[in-house]
Design a binder for this molecule. Structure first.
Ligand SMILES: [Zn+2]
Length: 159
């Protein structure tokens, strides 16, 4: 059984990082580096990288970081890794900081990583028809809980 608490701890840092990004206090690239580090840091325990970036994964593309409006596609790479051919280690090469990406980034990854782009796109469309909508639709807002728990209070004391 894996540890969910280290993911929650790192997700708290991700939440602050995004808050600073949204206020213009830090730039996109340093923000992505911090988020990527939070994901890697869960390996100091038996954590799950995706839990470290849950704060953003229901509304932001994990590659280009665009905020995706509610109801628009936000595709889970994990659900399509067998079709795309993208391995988890490629997240580092591609600077992907959460499992879910926008349609445009998804298409770019399919084009870059799949052996047969046409077949991969057909297989993707077919799988999308049978999927639970939560796996590929943006909620348009950040998570209001930390993987089922309340956020730590007082992390914004210096605002
Ligand atoms: Zn994107």
């Amino acid at each position: 059984m894996s540890c969910h608490d280290i993911g929650r701890g790192m997700n708290e840092v991700v939440r602050m990082t995004i808050s600073l990004l949204d206020k213009g206090e830090i730039e996109m690239e340093p923000a992505k580096k911090i988020i990527a580090t939070c994901r890697a840091a869960v390996n100091w325990c038996d954590g799950n990288e995706e839990e470290a970036s849950l704060y953003i994964s229901n509304c932001r593309c994990g590659k280009c970081m665009k905020i995706i409006p509610k109801g628009e596609k936000l595709l889970s790479l994990y659900s399509f890794d067998d079709i795309i051919g993208l391995q988890y280690r490629d997240y580092r090469t591609e600077h992907i900081v959460s499992d879910k990406v926008c349609e445009q980034c998804f298409d770019e990854l399919v084009t870059k990583y799949s052996d047969d782009v046409t077949s991969a796109k057909e297989a993707t469309d077919k799988r999308l028809e049978g999927m639970n909508s939560k796996e590929y639709i943006s909620e348009g807002a950040y998570q209001n809980d930390n993987n089922g728990c309340r956020w730590v209070r007082g992390t914004d004391w210096f605002d």
